[in-house]
Write a protein that binds this ligand. Structure first.
Ligand SMILES: Nc1ncnc2c1ncn2[C@@H]1O[C@H](COP(=O)(O)OP(=O)(O)OP(=O)(O)O)[C@@H](O)[C@H]1O
Ligand SMILES: [Mg+2]
Length: 259
């Protein structure tokens, strides 16, 4: 077991979002968290990555209690997430973004001399990441001028550049076409193999991708884990399919249940 959530409760004021969420993630797993809009998926990612402190419950990463620890310490322990920074710093180029990831991992923010000294190393590493993510030909393009699919790839690439053991991605393919979604998923799975990522946890709305690529699916509903199983088992779980997948994947099942 590499990451575990234990009885997580999280409210915003009086508004309860997570009501006792528990699960474990193991090495080698690609896990998708699914659930309707507002189910608390992003809140859960924020709790899992120590950005948000839960009202109750604990998060453990490799035996460390990381509850509310914050992203900087977490990345030193070996966990990273995408932050959609591409939209926040639109004038950074592709290479600058990837180097930012490489530099943050090496803890170089504080010492300029060290950055200069090992500049070649940083460049080589950033180059490798750019190639793995098929972004090498766009190295000098500013993030704001990239097509949406490449923006998403760059977001993911800058998190991978931290060389984490576990990576969490909140909707890595949102806003891109169906054919591009598949490409992004394939690139990120290939990247995780090449870069030695042990587990990926993603939030994803596209059920074709969820069922096509995940080892395991965790379905969130009404603040609880409604199902935690393989895609094949999930397909047979009519209640979870109806509640979580909604009209898209289970229209027929829902209709037959209502008859
Ligand atoms: N900072 C906040 N303060 C108050 N309420 C919040 C805050 N963040 C989220 N919420 C509310 O908590 C609920 C869960 O939000 P969250 O963003 O975790 O859902 P989600 O499953 O990621 O949804 P989506 O699929 O739309 O991304 C929603 O009702 C949302 O409006
Ligand atoms: Mg969300």
């Amino acid at each position: 077991m590499i990451l575990s959530a234990n009885e997580i409760f999280k409210s915003y004021g009086d508004f309860g979002v997570l009501a006792g969420v528990s699960f474990q993630i193991h090495e080698g797993e690609f896990v998708s968290i699914i659930g309707p809009n507002g189910a608390g998926k992003t809140t859960l990612i924020n709790v899992l990555t120590g950005l948000l402190k839960p009202n109750n419950g604990k998060v453990f990463f490799k035996d460390h209690d990381i509850t509310g620890i914050g992203p900087a310490k977490l990345s030193r322990l070996g966990m990273a997430r995408s932050f959609q920074l591409v939209n926040i710093f639109p004038t950074f180029t592709v290479m600058e973004f990837i180097k930012l990831g490489v530099l943050s991992r090496q803890g170089k923010g504080a010492r300029f001399y060290a950055i200069l000294k090992r500049d070649r190393e940083v460049n080589e590493e950033a180059e490798e990441v750019a190639q793995i993510f098929h972004l090498e030909d766009k190295r000098d393009v500013q993030a704001k001028n990239l097509p949406q699919g490449d923006k998403k790839l760059l977001d993911v690439a800058s998190a991978f550049a931290l060389r984490p053991e576990v990576i969490l991605l909140d909707e890595p393919t949102s806003g891109v076409s169906t054919s591009e979604k598949n490409k992004i998923m394939e690139i990120l799975i290939d990247a995780s193999k090449k870069m030695g990522i042990k587990s990926i946890i993603q939030v994803e709305h596209d059920m074709d991708l969820v069922f096509g690529f995940s080892d395991r699916i965790i379905a969130l509903h009404s603040g609880k884990v409604l199902a935690d199983c393989t895609p094949a088992e999930m397909e047979k779980n009519e209640a979870a399919m109806c509640a979580v997948v909604g009209e898209k994947g289970c229209f027929k099942i829902c209709s037959s249940l209502l008859e």
